[in-house]
Design a binder for this molecule. Structure first.
Ligand code: C2E
Ligand code: CA
Ligand code: CA
Ligand code: CA
Length: 279
């Protein structure tokens, strides 16, 4: 019993050590992944609620590690963010997504737009505006076909800079949407200051709109508020017809979710569009 304290301490430090080692290991793996091009993209359709047509997609990064297999972005984006590696991963995602969209335009799908997630670190990077305009130049994508998703919490850091950067991005001609909307701390007063185009309501609210009148009321009022500010609204994580039909009555503009499609490979995405056109 006398030794208990010491044993606990040993257990504790060894847990910390193995955590630190694990983390370092993961960081090394991430660096290798960047060098060896282990990333690829999936594309999840965004659907216009009124017409039922696919208007574009969200690019979502995937990591295929030779031993670990497919690693979910939730398991590496936070570390990439902490270590700064998100800057090169994010640049790769942005360029690849734009290139893919240009190719789709070339084969006839000229109206498709692509959304790309921009992490807080990327958005706070001093060259974010140059990075975006350079990618547009290099890939030849027209700016109105690129939508940048910036999380609500990200825009609430350093507001003055955020307002200026969003303005500069708008001047280039790209679209801006606020991701994970409803989970952060922005308010209507602030929203008016940002020149954004769209709010993306977080899945958390969509999950329970048919069972929680409170969440349904929140979603309905987010949509009304957005429309009164001339913003469009997209709902993420739509999984059921019931959710879709409520969102329709609330006049939500676009939906994204498993109800319509999971994220797909580039080939799968174009196949899906072709099929939904002919059926
Ligand atoms: P997010 O931006 O909120 O993306 C939506 C996530 O929800 C995606 O997970 C998508 O596959 C998933 N999803 C979409 N519809 C449904 C649905 O109906 N049901 C359920 N259960 N899930 C649905 P994913 O691809 O695993 O990405 C997770 C998060 O990782 C993203 O959340 C985003 O924060 C981050 N992420 C993914 N790709 C990138 C990227 O290229 N750059 C950055 N910075 N972050 C990324
Ligand atoms: Ca997103
Ligand atoms: Ca989101
Ligand atoms: Ca989300």
């Amino acid at each position: 019993a006398k030794d208990d304290g010491r044993n606990n301490l040993q257990l504790y430090t060894s847990t910390i050590n193995s955590y630190a080692i694990e983390r370092l290991n993961m960081e090394n793996n991430l660096r290798k992944a960047i060098d060896q091009n282990e990333f690829f993209l999936h594309y999840q359709p965004k659907v216009d609620v009124e017409t039922g047509k696919v208007v574009g997609c969200e690019a979502l990064v995937r990591w295929q590690h030779p031993e670990m297999g497919l690693v979910s972005p939730n398991d590496f984006i936070p570390l990439a963010e902490e270590t700064g590696l998100i800057i090169s991963i994010g640049a790769w995602v942005l360029k690849s997504a734009c290139l893919q969209n240009v190719m789709w335009h070339h084969v006839g799908y000229r109206d498709l737009s692509v959304s790309v997630n921009i992490s807080a670190k990327q958005f706070q990077h001093q060259n974010i505006v140059e990075i975006v305009s350079k990618v547009l130049k290099e890939t030849g994508l027209s700016p109105e076909h690129l939508e940048l998703e910036i999380t609500e919490n990200c825009i609430m850091q350093n507001m003055e800079r955020t307002i200026a950067i969003i303005q500069q991005l708008k001047d280039i001609g790209v679209k801006i949407s606020i991701d994970d909307f409803g989970t952060g701390f922005s308010s209507m007063a602030y929203l008016r200051e940002f020149e954004v185009d769209k709010l993306k309501i977080d899945k958390i609210f969509i999950d329970s709109i048919n069972h929680s009148s409170r969440n349904a009321a929140i979603v309905a009022s987010i949509i009304n508020m957005a429309h009164s500010l001339d913003l469009k609204v997209i709902a993420e994580g739509v999984e059921t017809e019931e959710q879709l039909s409520l969102l329709k009555t609330y006049k939500c503009n676009e939906i994204q979710g498993y109800l319509f499609s999971k994220p797909l490979s580039a080939e799968g995405f174009i196949e899906m569009i072709t099929e939904s056109k002919t059926s």
